[in-house]
Design a protein around this ligand. Structure first.
Ligand SMILES: Cc1cc2nc3c(=O)[nH]c(=O)nc-3n(C[C@H](O)[C@H](O)[C@H](O)COP(=O)(O)OP(=O)(O)OC[C@H]3O[C@@H](n4cnc5c(N)ncnc54)[C@H](O)[C@@H]3O)c2cc1C
Length: 487
């Protein structure tokens, strides 16, 4: 299926003419930021970077690439964690950067919708919603640089999924340029539309392998007016689950964030991130960051939070707790959680697992998976953290301090396989929110049924018969797949 060719001079000139000098980047220096991701885990080469300014230009680019069978790698903010936006080593692909398509086309407060182009930075969309006294709830630590096109293409999760769902749940309509250059104008602002198959959901989470998302209609929500945050110290993930359940019940389901943090994760942040300090009086084996919010002013959430935590302390479920006294203090607590990826980078090499299991299975999963990896690599530190309320943990493995980082990374596949086996035992997912990209292709093959994989291949083939959309991402080549699934 992957039939793309290197572009010849004539094709490159045609592409350059479409985007003009403002959208044309060649040469190592100009292309460098597009060729590697921030952690340096994935890098490649490309024939050129094109950055169109309109849907029309995207459509023209795709038509040229389709005709000439050139592989195209869509890229938005380049913050993805699975190498989906990085080109391969062939140097034959064209990177299509959406960053110049960064306009907010419309905001309809009465319909609670906003129409945005794919290159809008997530934080700018949040700000536009705030100005209209609304909330766009998608929130993640990369929000200052990731773009909505990338959020949609990865179906990003983040810290508000508990209340508002994944990116998929925040979208009403999409505009997509297909691999042959045709434009699917699906920018509907309707909440109900059962006329035929849901095409929108095909493209959300497809990681640039089915088409280029150029714009979207997003849902807006009432802006929270009362918001309280606390950091809770605990002995175990079981206790964390008990706190989550109690707070949901006592607050009338107003828990909007529920993030589990292991001791190693907290230690790395305190060691490496300037200005971060542990507000607890004691060191606890686990921490839970909780946020309650509601659009009602003076809803009494603060006292609900304080009273519930006090009761749980009396019952010895909670060891220690700090309730933020202001929004600024709440932001400081969130900074502890959001700094974990950067702190991990500074601590050395780490192997990432982005898994989900049923919420009720999180404690048993953590126990079992920790034992398995500790046996396989003594001294390794389990840096588990993430969205407890979604059953989604970043079960990351940090190198033993005395081991060479590169040696540790050679164990990536073996250690991930051990973790995945435990995930599958609990009927979980090996790719909960970051996607597959080039990092987890083998894991997708191992974890999905032959029927599911065949359906994915046939959707890919019918939309992109020449295999030019983000070649080598998400799906294995057909021959690799048939090796893994002989039937
Ligand atoms: C510090 C940090 C924290 C993070 N936290 C979270 C988190 O909590 N939850 C979470 O889900 N993710 C998280 N991520 C991962 C990342 O931010 C998300 O995956 C984000 O949605 C990617 O957006 P992007 O604009 O950077 O996309 P990119 O990295 O540019 O692209 C990601 C994928 O989408 C494709 N793509 C990009 N734009 C388009 C388009 N317009 N049309 C079609 N395909 C496209 C690319 O080809 C690639 O496969 C985090 C990343 C960092 C660095």
């Amino acid at each position: 299926m992957h039939e793309s060719n290197p572009p010849d001079t004539n094709t490159l000139e045609r592409l350059r003419a479409i985007v003009g000098e403002a959208g044309w980047f060649t040469g190592p220096e100009a292309m460098a930021p597009y060729l590697r991701e921030w952690r340096g885990l994935f890098h490649g080469r490309a024939a050129a970077v094109v950055s169109p300014a309109s849907t029309r230009e995207v459509s023209q680019i795709m038509a040229v690439c389709h005709e000439a069978r050139i592989g195209v790698v869509p890229q938005s903010g380049n913050t993805g964690l699975c190498g989906g936006a990085a080109p391969d080593e062939t140097g034959t692909r064209v990177i299509l950067s959406l960053r110049r398509m960064n306009h907010i086309r419309a905001l309809d407060a009465a319909n609670d919708t906003i129409v945005v182009e794919a290159g809008c930075v997530l934080a700018d969309i949040q700000a536009a919603a705030r100005e209209a006294d609304r909330l766009f709830p998608l929130s993640l630590a990369a929000e200052g640089s990731c773009m909505i096109g990338g959020n949609l293409a990865t179906n990003a999760g983040g810290t508000n999924v508990l209340r508002y769902g994944n990116t998929r749940d925040l979208v009403l309509g999409l505009e997509v340029v297909l691999p042959d250059g045709r434009v699917w104008e699906g920018l509907t602002a309707l909440r109900k539309d059962n006329a035929g198959y849901d095409l929108r959901d095909l493209f959300i989470g497809s990681e640039g392998t089915l088409g280029v998302i150029t714009a979207a209609v997003l849902r807006l929500y009432p802006r929270p007016r009362d918001q309280v945050t606390a950091l809770v110290g605990l002995a175990s993930p079981e206790d964390a689950l008990a706190v989550y359940t109690a707070l949901r019940r006592e607050s009338g389901d107003c828990v909007s964030g529920c993030e589990l943090i292991s001791t190693p994760a907290m230690d790395f942040v305190l060691r490496h991130i300037p200005g971060c300090r542990n507000p607890m009086q004691q060191v606890c084996p686990w921490y839970l960051l909780v946020e309650l919010s509601t659009p009602r002013e003076d809803s009494g959430l603060q006292s609900v939070l304080e009273q519930t935590l006090a009761r749980l302390m009396d019952e010895a479920v909670v060891s220690d707790a700090v309730v933020a006294g202001s929004l600024a203090q709440g932001a400081e607590l969130w900074r502890l959680r959001e700094s974990i990826p950067e702190a991990q980078r500074q601590e050395g090499a780490s192997i990432k697992n982005d898994i989900s299991v049923p919420v009720s299975s999180v404690p048993a999963f953590v126990r079992e998976a920790s034992e398995v990896v500790a046996q396989a690599c003594p001294g390794l530190r389990v840096c588990a953290f993430g969205h407890l309320g979604d059953g989604n943990l970043h079960f990351n493995l940090q190198q033993p301090p005395e081991m060479d980082g590169r040696d540790f990374l050679t164990r990536w596949d073996a250690l991930c396989r051990l973790v995945d086996d435990v995930v599958l035992k609990f009927e979980g997912s090996v790719a909960a929110e970051h996607g597959i990209g080039q990092l987890r292709i083998g894991e997708l093959q191992r974890s999905k049924s032959p029927v599911a994989l065949a359906l994915m291949q046939s959707i890919k083939h019918s939309l992109d018969p020449r295999g030019i959309m983000n070649p080598g991402k998400v799906l294995a080549l057909p021959d690799e797949e048939s090796r893994d699934n002989p039937d």
